[in-house]
Design a protein around this ligand. Sequence first.
Ligand code: CJB
Length: 837
Amino acid sequence: VESSIPEHMREAWRKYSPQGFKTKDEFEGEVVRHIETTLARSLFNCDELAAYSGTSLAFRDRLIIDWNKTQQRQTFADQKRIYYLSLEFLMGRALDNAMLNVGLKGVAKEGLEDLGFRVEDIISQEHDAALGNGGLGRLAACFLDSLASLNYPAWGYGLRYRYGIFKQEIENGYQVEIPDYWLDFNPWEFPRHDVTVDVQFYGWVNKYTDDEGKQVVSWQDGELVTATAYDAPVPGYGTPTVNNLRLWSSKASSGEFDFSKFNSGEYESAVADQQRAETISAVLYPNDNLERGKELRLKQQYFWCAASLHDIVRRFKKTGRTWDEFPDQVAIQLNDTHPTLAIVELQRILIDKEGLEWPKAWDIVTKTFGYTNHTVLPEALEKWSVPLIQNLLPRHLQLIYEINLYFLQQVERRFPKDRDLLSRVSIIEESTPKMVRMAYLAIVGSHKVNGVAELHSDLIKTTIFKDFVTVYGPDKFTNVTNGITPRRWLHQANPRLSELIASKLGGYDFLKDLTLLNKLEPFIDDKDFKKEWAEIKYANKVRLAQHILKTTGVSVNPKALFDVQVKRIHEYKRQQLNIFGVIHRYITLKGLSAEERKKVAPRVSIFGGKAAPGYWMAKTIIHLINKVGEVINNDPEIGDALKVIFLEDYNVSKAEIIVPASDISEHISTAGTEASGTSNMKFVLNGGLVIGTLDGANIEITREIGEQNIFLFGNLSEDVEDLRHHHFYGNYQVDSELQKVFDLIKSGKFGDESAFGALIAAITEHGDYYLVSDDFDSYRKTQDLIDETFKNQEEWVTKSITSVARMGFFTSDRCINEYADTIWNIEPLAVADEKEA
Ligand code: CJB
């Protein structure tokens, strides 16, 4: 073991090495010390924010000790690591998670009480780390939790955005975006000013033969931007493993800062250079399932890939191994195509810097990378224009052409003279301007490609990547169905349910092996258990009702059926189908007598989610939901029978309140469009039932929990194409009940009807691409069935418990183990002293 400290002096280090608090008294001591010295506050001006800060710093100290040890252990063990490259990590809050993972929340709760605070109030002081848009980013966060909990040697690599996803406010029913500056006080990150990488942009490529007759390629000039590492600890649950999440921040390279400009009085221009560099990591692009091809986004991608690869290669080279061994030490997973340039960058390093021959270098590259596809939506598939890459990354464009050439030659040898095939699979699209198809580059540069649910993985093989199955055979393509971490999405979000389950199963082992939940099934006839189960759901609904009252001023009845749809607003996710259904329900209610209305099962329709700032149709949907809410919530004839709520600024910490409080949640995308969905899993795991289409992971959820426990409706994915065709070429007519909804909107009932014209026209005039009208009838009938079923609470609770008992498959632990076995070929690193959680 190398160390700069001589052996005979290390005793002092060992003696003073901190151990971290264990008891309540030690915890209080640490909190007070941090508040008084680290924060320079005192008992007399300690508000909840200061108490949060002190508590976080105390827990942070504890985590650092295990974090350092984990990193040391992994370095000495010298086994293969997985590097997860993701432009998004939607981590949410860290403190509650840290408390639970190290098993000291009870200690903190009591300690904080002694100091005059409630643990819940302290936890809710924390600003969400919201470096992601939705499912893709939250999946990355769940994966980090599982990787650490399962003791895999793993690092995440991403960007340290100064602004995360915007905060959403609703003004007069419209979405307004507020910047999310989240770094004012962030105790969870550690700047590593000694870990920097200079990343090059622009410039030109010089190819020449050196004195020894060797071909040299050098990428020259251009500008340098410095990447500085910021590390965050990722604690595992019930284990001392604390993995690392490394996020890069950009600033002008000190080597490049033009001091001559300074001296000659061009101060502003020097500062402008500085700011341009810092812009790279300034803001998360707020699009979900949409790529817009902006140069700054490409800069972000290369900046992050180059810095990460440089870091990985530097670490590998320290081991003194030969390049052949690289894929035995390093696995890199590409979370979508955003990090595809990492493939080209590794090839560049091996060829241009390390002097390897092309075939050998390419063999190393393809053994190293795996690529996960998350969508089949055409507007989300990344393409970058050749001139843009040519200008920004001239050497990489040459390499992409070379990669394509070798690939097409290989195809040509196997399928001689099939020119159509060649042009279909070419990484370069022959359009004007030419475009680089990033998904194709990712496939060619990886050894495995996976989809995120069974249907989705089948669809990519038969639609968007069909030709690549012809070229490579089917084995390169595989499925890893998504999962969620039960630590955050059950134990943390729903502590009472977790406790009840633990009381029946004899402990919390299910949080590490979720299949143990099936031991709940014998209790479905246990009256007391069922009663408690229902009481917990009710208490969670009361809590959400309080949140609704506080944030919207609307009072809702917690005994009503809570029907929730929270996710990004997108036409394919069909919030419009939901709100049209709500309007139809309103029409029906208005047609009833007061007596009849009293017999109706009361319902609260709850929506939440952000629209991309430039996605006008999504914003129109938000506007309609809010306007419909205004009318219905203030209609005295309706009362509790129906309420419509739009919850502002849906994010991870709000999901932790909303998810445990649903009776029904909606996962109603047009069949074949939602790759997997992961909130569907969260809701069911918390005892909510689902109304859904046969799409994404809904299909596997149905298989696991049983058809009788889910409310399915709508057309199947195999029929979508024909239906779309029929809309244009058959005699298409809008569903007559849906037409009544449109008529009411057009009457001006919900305000200026012209505001919603495009939303209606998309269905009546422009081919109803998302099949809203086709599915409306079965959607409504299924909702009626839900009303009927909800009246029988006995049966409802049975469905709820049975479903939870059968959700073991959907833990992200299962998912990570599958990646580890079938794609990464990595092993967990044993930890001697497993802690009790
Ligand atoms: N997904 O969140 C995103 N953003 C994208 O740009 C593309 C896909 C989602 O990824 C999730 C994780 O795999 C999926 O569950 C979800 O269906 C998909 O839309």
